[in-house]
Design a protein around this ligand. Structure first.
Ligand SMILES: NC(=O)c1ccc[n+]([C@@H]2O[C@H](COP(=O)([O-])OP(=O)(O)OC[C@H]3O[C@@H](n4cnc5c(N)ncnc54)[C@H](O)[C@@H]3O)[C@@H](O)[C@H]2O)c1
Length: 340
């Protein structure tokens, strides 16, 4: 059975990703530091569900801990490494930049060093649509320049793309970087809009809407995202000079087996329509407080997913109406169980 080492396995995306790999017959080793950025009980509940599989093993620790990744890689020799552990969130990075430096930059360095010593068949690392920064030329294409990040979070993520590129070049490590676009769904993140809004609406409290509601996001449903990740595992970037010329629109490096791939829904939705979908699914109206734009944020995102589709044959297509309804189906009983 192939082995995957997944960092951030107790996180929203890591949990779903591990579930899919376990269903597909992988042995999975999940590393997570269980940070208290949000409710640790939610992270433990995700790990508990993964532990129902005999082929899952959880390791609790921080990626940046010296020697931890090295010994884990030496011991497990994974075929695939999926590095999702990070300090996430644009807004939190304004007041807490150091945790991004430690988790994202030093953490990714440790992952790369361990992969250099024990090379997997393919390494896949999470970056973000925020890497496009102030770009306004939409939809965002992977081949666009992306040099003007608006938050320290985005800056650390863009830096990890470059760090991984240098390792791919120097040590012949095949690397795929994902740029995820606003992911949502069951078992989601309590610091993200959908979760915060659902909690406030059900508690009859106002929801805070930034930029006076003038926001558009390419909302990506978690199952689509995980399908894309699963398929990209087998789309190993070829080594330079391996034959075919780099196709138009492919972000493949001319000097390394490295590429960056957008994973989005290719459909930018108005924030107010997203909220309306939530109100419909919950069957109640939100009290709305309108606020100015938050520092570090951007008014709109939209992915061009042509490269993803070319590499995998897959195009994410879950509508916000459907995806938000599935989130609410999960959220209601979860919130009831966790009241008080
Ligand atoms: N959710 C989104 O919309 C989105 C969008 C773009 C990019 N991303 C990226 O995708 C990845 C997964 O995000 P998520 O939404 O699942 O976030 P998450 O916060 O739910 O998951 C991250 C997990 O990593 C763990 N972690 C944090 N720092 C760590 C460290 N130093 N060592 C080990 N574990 C650590 C946390 O405990 C958490 O369980 C992150 O890299 C994030 O930056 C997410």
């Amino acid at each position: 059975m192939p082995t995957a080492l997944v960092t951030g396995s107790a996180g929203f995306i890591g949990f779903h990703c591990c579930q899919r790999l376990l269903q597909d017959g992988y042995d999975v080793v999940g590393l997570d530091a269980m940070t208290d950025y949000y409710d640790v009980a939610l992270k433990e509940a995700r790990h508990d569900m993964l532990a129902e599989h005999d082929t899952f093993r959880a390791v609790i620790g921080a990626v940046e801990t010296p020697d931890l990744m090295m010994s884990l890689m030496a011991e497990t020799r994974p075929d695939v490494v999926i590095h999702l552990a990070a300090q996430a969130g644009v807004r939190y990075s304004i007041d807490n930049p150091r945790s991004y430096l430690e988790s994202n930059l030093i953490g990714t360095f440790e992952v790369l060093e361990a992969a250099r010593a024990y090379p997997p068949r393919h390494m896949l690392l999470a970056s973000t649509s925020s890497a496009y920064g102030s770009n306004t030329d939409m939809p965002y294409r992977e081949t666009q320049k992306a040099d003007h990040q608006m938050s320290f979070y985005a800056a650390t993520k863009k830096a990890t793309e470059n760090m991984a590129h240098s390792y791919a070049h120097l040590y012949d490590l095949p690397v795929t970087m994902f740029r995820f676009f606003t992911v949502y769904g069951p078992w989601g993140r309590p610091d993200m809009a959908l979760f915060k809004f659902a909690r406030a609406i059900l508690a009859d409290e106002p929801i805070e809407i930034y930029n006076h509601g003038e926001m558009k996001r390419d909302f990506t449903y978690i199952d689509d995202l995980v399908t894309a990740i699963r398929l990209l595992i087998d789309a190993v970037p070829p080594r330079p000079g391996a034959g075919a010329a780099v196709a138009e629109g492919d972000s493949l490096s001319p000097v390394a087996p490295w590429r960056v791939v957008n994973i989005g829904n290719a459909n930018s939705v108005q924030l107010m329509d997203y909220i309306a979908a939530l109100e419909t699914a919950l069957g109640c109206q939100a009290q709305k407080t309108y606020l100015p734009m938050q520092a570090g944020d951007v008014p709109a995102t939209c992915a061009d997913t042509a490269l993803l589709t070319r590499l995998t044959g897959f195009a994410p297509n879950t509508s916000v109406r459907e995806g938000v309804a599935r989130f609410v189906e999960w959220y209601r009983p979860y919130a009831t169980r966790n009241q008080g």
